[in-house]
Ligand binder design. Structure first.
Ligand SMILES: Cc1cc2nc3c(=O)[nH]c(=O)nc-3n(C[C@H](O)[C@H](O)[C@H](O)COP(=O)(O)O)c2cc1C
Length: 213
């Protein structure tokens, strides 16, 4: 199949963002944009692309859900032995991308990654629907499985073992927190003259600067 059927002549526009008027704290700026995305009713505004690299520098990316945000960083939950888990163990850095197409906005975040505490993972796991808990218990995420029936039968067996009991959080499942040292807020503008505001860590705290589009 050939062709460029995806070219739509898309024009971008939106409110201006400028280093002088953007929030001094990038977490505050993130909250402002996330609140606007939620208010606009975007589907799954907390979906973010997570990029990692393996020990040889080969990158991989996939979507995960932002589940918690505090002044330390951005938390998502996953399997520690998954491909992403192995790559985070090998490298320790990650990049996140939010793309809110209807608002012509992208946010990029980079930084070190740490595991959240066992208590935090326990609390989040306990709050999940039982079906999600069971899936996390039986799924060797990122490994090859012969067929879906293997996983479904593992769930049935676990349900029999547990009875009414709550599934325990597997040691291999929990949260990672990305601790940002770089943010970029991208606002699409007309004629591809987009606004880009980068925040990096300077000697006296966050430094804001404009990047060329
Ligand atoms: C909208 C969406 C949300 C997702 N959220 C998560 C998530 O929060 N955690 C997770 O482990 N995988 C999530 N996934 C699945 C991942 O994209 C990926 O398939 C999985 O984590 C395995 O990735 P890996 O093999 O690179 O480790 C999500 C996928 C989509 C499309």
């Amino acid at each position: 199949m050939t062709g460029r059927f995806w070219e739509s002549g898309q024009q971008y526009s939106g409110p201006r963002i400028d280093p002088a008027t953007a929030a001094p704290d990038p977490f505050v700026q993130f909250h402002a944009w996330m609140s606007a995305a939620v208010e606009a009713g975007l589907p799954t505004p907390n979906a973010m692309t997570l990029a990692t690299v393996d020990g040889r520098g080969r990158p991989a990316a996939r979507v995960v859900l932002l589940k918690e945000l505090d002044d330390r960083g951005f938390t998502f939950y996953t399997n520690y032995q998954s491909r992403k888990g192995q790559e985070l163990a090998a490298c320790g850095f990650a990049s996140l991308v939010f793309f809110w197409e209807p608002m012509h906005r992208q946010i990029r975040i980079e930084g070190k990654v740490e595991r959240v505490s066992a208590e935090e993972s326990d609390a989040y796991f306990a709050a999940r629907p039982r079906g999600s808990q069971l899936s996390a218990c039986v799924s060797p995420q990122s490994q090859v499985v012969a067929e879906r029936a293997v996983l479904e039968s593992a769930i049935r067996q676990l349900e029999e073992e547990l009875g009414q009991g709550a599934p325990p959080r597997p040691a291999s499942w929990g949260g990672y927190r990305v601790l940002p040292d770089l943010f970029e807020f991208w606002q699409g503008q007309e004629s591809r003259m987009h606004d880009r505001v980068q925040y990096r860590v300077g000697a006296a705290g966050w430094v804001r600067e404009r990047l060329a589009p």
